[in-house]
Structures are given as structure tokens and as C-alpha cells.
Design a protein around this ligand. Structure first.
Ligand code: UDP
Length: 369
């Protein structure tokens, strides 16, 4: 432990790995450590039955930023996967996001004009001028039928709270389209790295020293001695021993099984939008890569209340937690030797492309470029 590095990077997820790659390229020495027994953080994929399984939830790379797209393409070849989830409401199947296919199935309408008329009819009775919560916003956007069948149950399972207590902005993440286009994202570039995300991260880390199964916070003083600066990508509140209080998350639990059949559900993502089905969605991993293996692997995804010690997934960026984060951010600024970054280090629900953007920006700034 007495070798001196320029950077000790805590966390071998996307943020830490990009930082390490760029620092090394600039001639700096890095040691990257992780408490898990693998690199990749939550984008880690693992081969089961020759299928890349997204162990910590499905990750679909999408971006409008051409630089970011070119950047990741150095480390992996991306396939042509386009996310087109299907919704299952008590056995009725609808296309997502909300588009002409959805409207046709829901109401039998054929043209965009007919669909708009139908939504207007549904709105006229319920339209709310300034939507204050998710329920009001959703009904304004797509009407009552779609809200009841495709939004209400799913959202309440996902967030563990009624829709009229949730912020309106969550539902504005989803496109509403009057074309027959099932592409879930409005993104110019989209795909899955051929061979999985883990090999992409391994490529980024080529030539960088990695130590796994180590707990930085437990031996913090010793670790801090090995490098001039530290890049910390763990939960920011844990770094400060929760001295202002604990930041909250939503967590997810996965029930993964191998099935002795070639094709279970015919799509990578099926959302269960009724309230009664206990899980929110089923992921069939092989379809992310158009796999034709003889078996298949599926993961049922349950949204769960997070408790300290569970894996954090979704930061709860409500008022209370944002105010608490602000205190930690100020404390972090005073730690001149340490750089806090990534979804946990910054307590932000970043998509992967955004993580890449902020990591590249930060490393540039730190290296004085
Ligand atoms: N949503 C929904 N029905 C669906 C899918 C999504 O009502 O079938 C809502 C839900 O409130 C969710 C939000 O849209 O929280 C955003 O969905 P997104 O797919 O962006 O969530 P993520 O995949 O990031 O969990």
C-alpha cells in the first residue's frame, strides 16, 4: 500500500472508469478500487447460459450527444437495439411509449387526427390548467383510459406512492407521439454494446491497476495515503458518515431465472402496468442482443423501499432530500483533495450518457486542460 499514485479512484463504475482511462491517457497513474468483486458498477453484465445478463437492471445506451456516442464507440461496438417496451395490462398488450399503435389498440382509431380527437374528448371532462401532480399531468397528456391502464398501476408500484402525491415531471420523461413509432427514446443514437457492458468497462480500464473486494471507508486513512487525490464515486452521505442524515433512494430487487425455452416473452422489456401484478417489469436479457441461445434468462423486477445497507438505485430528488444533499455538497467542496462524482457521488439520477459527459468534463478540469 505504499506506492504513490496520482489518483485513487473509489468505485469502478462508469464514472470512475472513464476518469481512470482519461487520467492514464494523460500520463497519470491511477489505482481503482471497488468493494464489489467485479468492475462495472451497476452497468455490470454477467454471462449466464451464454447470455449477457444485466445484473443490476436493464441499461440501454441512448444519447443525443454525438461526441459521447463517438467516445463510447472506442470501447465497444454497439448493436442496432432500439428499446420498444410492451405493456401488459391484465393480459392486454399495448405498445409503448404512447403512440399511434397504443391509441389504435386502446380506441380503434386509425389516423393522428382521430387519436387527437379521442384524447381531447377524454381531456375535456378532466383537463386541469396547471397540473400539480403526476395524475393531473398524465390525464392532461393522454386522457383517462391510458392513465388508468398504462400509467397508474405501474407508477404506484414503481414509486410506492399514489400518483397524486408524485411530481408531474416524472411522466414527462416519456414521449407521446402521433406516429406509428415504438421507439421508447427520442435519441439520435441508441444501442447495446456487443458482448456486454462489462467488456466495455474492461477496455476502458486496460493498463489501469484494479483492486476488488476492498472497502475504502473502512480503511480510509490508509487508502488516502496511496495517492495525491481521491475520486470518490460512492454515496456522498456515507463518505461523511451520514453526519447530516441519510439520503433516500428507491431500490429494486430482481428475481432472475434460467428457463429451458428459447423465447419467453418475445421482447426484451415487458412492463406490467396493472396494480395487481407484484413486479413492475420482466426483462428477457437475450433480446437486447438478438440472441438465439437454446435457453433464456429472465428477471422480474420489484420496486422496493430502500433502507440503509441496501443497494441504492434511484435517488429521490424531492425537496427534503435535495436540501440534505446540498449540505453534503458544501461539505464536499471543503474536501480539496477529493473529487465527488457519478450518480451516488452527486446524488443525481443520471442516465449513462450524462455520466460520461460529466466525467469527461471533470477529468479535463482536474488535469487542467
Ligand atoms: N411509466 C408508466 N408506465 C410505463 C412506463 C413508465 O406509467 O409503462 C411512468 C412511470 O411513472 C415511470 C415514468 O413513466 O416512473 C418514467 O419511466 P422511465 O421508463 O423513464 O423509468 P425508468 O426506466 O428510468 O425506471
Amino acid at each position: 500500500m505504499n506506492k504513490k499514485y496520482d489518483f485513487l479512484i473509489v468505485g469502478a463504475g462508469l464514472y470512475g472508469s472513464i476518469f481512470a482511462h482519461e487520467a492514464k491517457k494523460a500520463g497519470k497513474t491511477c489505482l481503482i478500487i471497488d468493494k464489489r468483486n467485479h468492475v462495472g458498477g451497476n452497468i455490470y453484465t454477467e454471462k449466464i447460459e451464454d447470455i449477457n445478463v444485466h445484473k443490476y437492471g436493464a441499461h440501454i445506451f441512448h444519447t443525443n450527444n454525438k461526441e459521447v456516442w463517438n467516445y463510447v464507440n472506442q470501447f465497444a461496438e454497439f448493436n442496432r437495439y432500439t428499446n420498444s417496451p410492451v405493456a401488459n395490462y391484465h393480459g392486454e398488450i399495448y405498445n409503448l411509449p404512447f403512440n399511434m399503435n397504443t391509441f389504435n389498440k386502446m380506441w380503434g382509431v386509425i389516423t393522428p387526427a382521430e387519436a387527437k380527437k379521442k384524447i381531447e374528448e377524454q381531456q375535456s371532462a378532466n383537463y386541469i390548467e396547471n397540473p400539480q401532480n403526476l395524475e393531473e399531468q398524465a390525464i392532461n397528456l393522454v386522457g383517462v383510459d391510458i392513465y388508468e391502464k398504462l400509467i397508474k398501476g405501474y407508477t404506484e408500484k414503481q414509486w410506492g406512492r399514489p400518483c397524486n402525491e408524485l411530481p408531474a415531471f416524472i411522466i414527462r420523461r416519456l414521449p407521446v407521439r402521433f406516429t406509428y413509432d415504438n421507439n421508447y427514446f427520442n435519441a439520435d443514437f441508441q444501442g447495446i454494446p456487443v458482448g456486454g457492458y462489462t467488456s466495455m468497462i474492461e477496455r476502458m480500464l486496460e493498463g489501469t491497476e484494479v483492486k476488488l473486494n476492498v472497502n475504502y471507508l473502512k480503511d480510509k486513512e490508509q487508502w488516502d495515503m496511496v495517492a495525491d487525490r481521491v475520486v470518490y464515486t460512492g454515496p456522498i452521505d456515507s463518505y461523511f458518515d451520514y453526519k447530516f442524515g441519510v439520503l433516500e433512494y428507491r431500490s429494486v430487487s430482481f428475481e432472475t431465472e434460467v428457463l429451458d425455452m428459447e423465447n419467453f416473452q418475445g421482447n426484451a422489456v415487458v412492463n406490467y402496468t396493472d396494480r395487481e401484478t407484484p413486479y413492475t417489469r420482466i426483462i428477457e436479457h437475450k433480446h437486447f442482443e438478438f440472441g438465439n441461445q437454446p435457453k433464456t434468462v429472465v428477471s422480474r423486477e420489484y420496486s422496493v423501499e430502500w433502507e440503509l445497507g441496501d443497494e441504492p438505485y434511484y435517488p429521490v430528488n424531492d425537496e427534503k432530500n435535495s436540501a440534505l444533499y446540498e449540505k453534503y455538497r458544501e461539505a464536499a467542496e471543503a474536501e480539496s483533495k477529493v473529487i465527488f462524482g457519478g450518480r451516488l457521488g452527486e446524488y443525481k439520477y443520471y442516465d449513462m450518457d450524462k455520466v460520461i459527459e460529466v466525467a469527461l468534463q471533470k477529468v479535463k478540469e482536474v488535469l487542467g486542460k
